[in-house]
Design a binder for this molecule. Structure first.
Ligand SMILES: [Fe+2]
Ligand SMILES: [Fe+2]
Length: 176
């Protein structure tokens, strides 16, 4: 097992579900609501699991992947993006399911998420693969999989302070 593979798998699931919703214009609100509900739960639990199991270790062993200057830089960027994605997801929930405004809000969440996934795959994940051992990636993979599997119904979306997180992730996580 490898935490970076599990993260990539969930990124693909997110891309598939966003694409599916775009193909569901005209579908019943309960159908759209069910698919969106699964996607929202996945987005929230995925970000929280990365914040618990991936980024604290990346901050210690990373060197900055691709166009990132350092592990601090890529982590701070990621936490900012996670907040933006959480907020975009909350915004979807303010609109009537299936309305034009709802689809527009879903598209905005997709834009924020797509940008983040591309950057995370290029920077943090590549960096972690290069600097963390296979054994550590396996051990973290177990924790990541157990956490995301145990919260498939979703989790309370809690924004984190990016500067505070980079200095002391555990303190910032404890606020949730
Ligand atoms: Fe991710
Ligand atoms: Fe992420």
């Amino acid at each position: 097992m490898d935490i970076t593979d599990l993260v990539l798998d969930q990124h693909q699931q997110q891309r598939h579900l966003f694409a599916a919703i775009q193909q569901m214009r005209g579908a019943k609100p309960e159908e759209l609501g069910a698919v969106w509900g699964a996607l929202k739960a996945l987005l929230d639990v995925h970000a929280e699991a990365e914040e618990r199991f991936l980024y604290p270790r990346l901050l210690k062993v990373g060197a900055g992947g691709a166009d990132a200057d350092s592990a601090e830089d890529e982590t701070k960027d990621a936490i900012e993006d996670h907040n933006e994605i959480r907020d975009a997801g909350e915004d979807v929930e303010k609109h009537k399911v299936g309305s034009d405004d709802w689809f527009e809000a879903v598209t905005k969440a997709d834009e924020a998420n797509s940008k983040h996934l591309a950057e995370e795959e290029r920077q943090g994940l590549a960096d972690f693969r290069q600097h963390a051992s296979l054994d550590e990636r396996h051990q973290l993979g177990i924790r990541f999989l157990a956490f995301t599997s145990g919260h498939r119904e979703g989790i309370k979306a809690v924004d984190k302070d990016p500067d505070g997180y980079v200095k002391a992730p555990e303190k910032e996580l404890a606020k949730g």
